[in-house]
Ligand binder design. Structure first.
Ligand code: AMP
Length: 283
């Protein structure tokens, strides 16, 4: 497996692949890889001639009080996992290489990034859209794979790729969960045993809401109230029922929706969601 550490090296590798008419699938990550990340990597390997993953803990998407410094960085173990699923190249740039002195260009995706996580982490999507643009420019993929676990992030990236004519297909992959329902996350390692148990109320409440949606409940307020009640044991950041594409609040459920939650537990901030389409199968 090739490891590329700067944009020039990465672009040269990708140009060589494109020169051989190979399609490139790309999986951006911050490392500390689990089965959720690997499901994206497997799809990238399966659906393209070659696959690249990036490992970069992006400083511009963390606020000063957040966990940038303590974010887990098990680089060697991550490399072995990516190699195991057939990824051919890893892009692992340095923070100074990505953001040299006097760095001053940022990508802001309006509207779709404003509520939910954008409300509680105002710096976040500016950092994400900027770094993903930079990664896309270095990797030059045909397709890029993102997880529904970060559903608003997917919506932001899809909008950005469309608005800026990036010509990259954004593929959204389902949430991979632990056997008891907890959505896999690199941050789950922060959880104490007690918080790990408490964390289950996120997925449990979402699954209960999903059952009510399937039974024909159309009233968004009633669904949101039910989820809030189910999460009474944790500090709720938000419970939002929004249009799955625009992220605008919905009152009556007539089309595809995203029901998303965030909670601040003593040891970690957690997010989770479900999607539902009353006219079809779950997205
Ligand atoms: P991260 O390393 O947390 O930035 O995540 C990198 C990518 O993996 C993002 O597109 C996430 O949405 C995706 N991802 C993280 N956790 C999961 C999960 N449990 N299931 C599916 N995709 C995930």
């Amino acid at each position: 497996m090739k490891v590329l550490n700067c944009p020039e090296e990465m672009r040269a590798w990708s140009d060589a692949q494109r020169g051989r008419h190979k399609t490139i699938g790309f999986v951006p990550t911050m490392g500390a890889l689990h089965a959720g990340h690997l499901s994206l990597a497997e799809a990238a390997v399966r659906e393209n001639d070659t696959a690249v993953a990036s490992i970069f803990v992006n400083p511009t998407q963390f606020a000063p009080h957040e966990d940038f410094n303590r974010y887990p960085r098990p680089f060697e173990a991550d490399m072995a996992k990516l190699e195991g699923v057939g990824v051919e190249a890893v892009y692992a740039p340095s923070p100074a290489g990505m953001y040299p002195e006097e760095y001053s260009t940022y990508v802001i995706v309006e509207q779709v990034s404003e509520g939910l996580c954008g409300g509680s982490r105002p710096h976040f999507f500016r950092g994400v859209a900027t770094v993903v643009t930079k990664l896309f420019n270095a990797v030059k993929p045909h397709r890029a794979y993102f997880g529904q676990k970060d559903a608003q992030q997917c919506a932001v990236i899809k909008r950005m790729a469309r608005d800026l004519d990036m010509g990259i297909e954004i593929v959204e992959m389902p949430i991979v969960r632990e056997p008891d329902g907890l959505a896999m996350s690199s941050r789950n390692v922060y959880l104490t045993e007690e918080d790990r148990k408490r964390a289950l109320c996120l997925s449990r409440s979402l699954f209960e809401a999903e059952a009510r949606l399937r039974d024909g409940e159309h009233d968004a307020d009633s669904i949101v109230r039910g989820v809030r009640d189910g999460m009474a044991g944790v500090e709720i950041d938000y419970v939002a029922l929004v249009d799955a594409e625009t992220m605008r609040p919905v009152r009556e459920i007539t089309g595809p929706i995203l029901l998303a939650v965030a909670a601040q537990l003593p040891t970690a901030r957690l997010i989770d969601n479900i999607k539902f389409d009353p006219k079809g199968t779950n997205a």
